[in-house]
Design a protein around this ligand. Structure first.
Ligand code: FAD
Length: 274
């Protein structure tokens, strides 16, 4: 907080104020600080599912200033539901190192690892937050900002409120944006509707039929910069490019987020050198 902000805060500090007033001020100051830090960053990640969380963690760990948004109350996306609401998650060997690094307890079942869904969601959140990620919940990304042919931020609104009332969004600027919104691929869809991304079908491809093994490979292999400044990771990759659905297996999502983080960190490092 700058000197002016500090002065304004101390002027309103009143020891005799009721507890509720102190509570409200603490929340307002803390949230104001968070939103201020979110206004300009290296990377805005939209969607705090498994791929968005891992990308956020990896990028922040690499020293990038990262903002992570989710339209829902809690981060974790599809992790919580497991399959049919049974809160167990299954991960392949390739992604075991991510579970281990996050400190998620698991047991081995043949070539697979099984963990508690809540533990995975909580561990990834904690890793991201402790690495320095600024997380904002109940914030919906409505649109991308494009300048000189490059995505350089997102327009966000308060979830639910923005859908129901004519309220203008706020803009969060960044050097790169990840669409990790899962099946909806919201940001890719916005660009597509304006004809900024080509598609022979005139719409995003949409995910293909279920094929777990093929889907798991596809979602990692096809992480990419879809449009200058806009990257896709996780289920958005399949939604954009027609990759197979894979059902309740999470290794591909974790590895997809990790790959997006590594690619963006490299791309930012290259542009720093220019
Ligand atoms: C409803 C549902 C259906 C599923 N169906 C399939 C399936 O058909 N096939 C399959 O293989 N797997 C499916 N899964 C399983 C699995 O959960 C997903 O594959 C996996 O969670 C995707 O991970 P992700 O990181 O790509 O995105 P998700 O886990 O989906 O997370 C995306 C996050 O983005 C947030 N978000 C979305 N739009 C916005 C926005 N505009 N602004 C801010 N935040 C936003 C969401 O709230 C969510 O938290 C499904 C999961 C869910 C929850």
């Amino acid at each position: 907080m700058n000197e002016r902000g500090k002065a304004a805060r101390y002027e309103t500090e009143d020891d005799s104020a009721p507890l509720d007033t102190h509570v409200a001020r603490a929340i307002l100051d803390g949230y104001h600080d968070k939103v201020s830090r979110a206004l300009q960053s290296d990377v805005v990640i939209v969607g705090a599912g498994p791929s968005g969380l891992v990308a956020a963690w990896r990028l922040a760990h690499a020293g990038r200033h990262v903002v992570l948004l989710d339209k829902r109350l809690s981060p974790g996306g599809g992790i919580w539901g497991g399959s049919l609401g049974m809160n167990e998650v299954v991960v392949e060997q390739d992604a075991f190192s991510i579970l281990a690094e996050a400190g998620v307890r698991q047991h081995c079942r043949g070539d697979l690892f099984v963990a508690d869904a809540a533990e995975l969601a909580c561990a990834l959140c904690l890793k991201a937050l402790h690495a320095g990620v600024v997380f904002l919940n109940l914030i919906t990304a409505e649109d991308v900002c494009v300048h000189d042919g490059r995505v350089n931020g997102v327009a966000v609104n308060r979830s639910i409120l923005g859908e129901r009332l004519p309220i203008d969004p706020l803009v969060l600027r960044s050097r790169a944006v990840i669409d990790a919104t899962g099946h909806e691929a919201v940001l890719a869809d916005r660009l597509h509707r304006r004809g900024l991304i080509d598609s022979p079908e005139g719409r995003l491809a949409g995910e293909g039929p279920m094929d777990a093994a093929a889907g798991e490979q596809f979602v990692v292999a096809n992480v990419m910069e879809l449009f200058p400044g806009l990257w896709v990771s996780g289920m958005s990759v399949c939604a954009v490019m027609g990759g197979p659905r894979m059902g309740p297996i999470f290794g591909g999502m974790l590895l997809s987020g990790e790959k997006a983080g590594e690619m963006i960190d490299r791309s930012l490092a290259e542009s720093d050198q220019i």
